[in-house]
Structures are given as structure tokens and as C-alpha cells.
Unconditional design. Sequence first.
Length: 194
Amino acid sequence: MTPRRRSSAERSAAVFDALRALLLEHPWGEVTLEAVARDAGVSRQTLYNTFGSRYGLAQAYTLALADVLCDAIAQTVAAHADDPRRGLEQALLLYLETSDADPLIRRVRSGEAHHDLVRIVTTDAGPLLGRVADRLEETVRAAWPHLSPQQATTWSRTVARLAASYVTTPPADDESPAALAAGLAAVLAPVLAP
């Protein structure tokens, strides 16, 4: 019996898991496509065909991480649709804690990140910001349909940019994620209330 071939999504998940594990142990400059391919159980050519380069892999990883976070945020907001401030506070706390634990984000925050990693969330952040803003807009429209299209779009773009700022510049050491999430929710939630 021949083994079942992995789907494209399964291969990508294995590649991202391998990349994450390598980043926990090594700086970005030491992570090679060959090591990622080996640990993911794919060929190096598959990585080149799928991602094009190390930078392409880092961009794809970042977008996949954003999608995972947006899925979790959507579930959190939906669970608190009747209380926008609470829903937003819980979603922001989830974002802050999850992003703080990610090795790619930690590399950027440490100031020791390779310039490729910094570019993904600064000068080349357009695709990331667009993806996150679109996902947030879907989330707020579903939870709070009373918002006008313009309100939903503007709010989502603003929050996406704000979220990206916490990737490059972490919260102050004396500010807990819970306190920061509560403060941000107090400022951002009023427009969401019916």
C-alpha cells in the first residue's frame, strides 16, 4: 500500500511547523530552506516552487499566522457580540498573548531580526495589513451588522495597523497584556456599540 500524498495545505502546515521549531532554536540568518525542507519532510525544490525564497517563506508564514489569529479573534468576537467592549478586549488579549509567543515576532521585537523579517511588517507590510483588515472587517460586520460599510472598513484598517505596531514595538514592560487590551478596548469599542 502506497502512503497517502499530503495535500498542499498539509505540506504548508508541516513547513510552517518546521520553520517555527527552527526559529525557536536559531536566528533567522541561520535557518536554511534545506533545514526547513528536511524537518517538514518535503524536498527543497518543493519549497522553492511553493515559496520562491526564504523571504517568500517568511511572508507566507506571516500570512498564515495572521489567518490563524484572525480565525481565533472572529470566534472570540462572535462569542461576545452582545458586548462589543468585552469581545474586543478578549480578542485583543488573545492577539497580544499569541503574538508575544511567536518566534518570528520575537525575533523582530528583539532588534536582532534580519532585515527581511523587519520588512514584512514595515515597508512590505501591505499584503499583511490588507489581509488582516479584510478579515477584521468580515468579523465586525458579522458581529455588529449595524455598522455602515465605511465604519467597518475604517475601523478594521485602523485596528490592523495598530496590531502591526505591536509586532515591531512591544508593549512597555510595566504594562500587562490584560491592562493593555482593556485600555485599547475602551478606546476602540464605542464605535461598535449599537
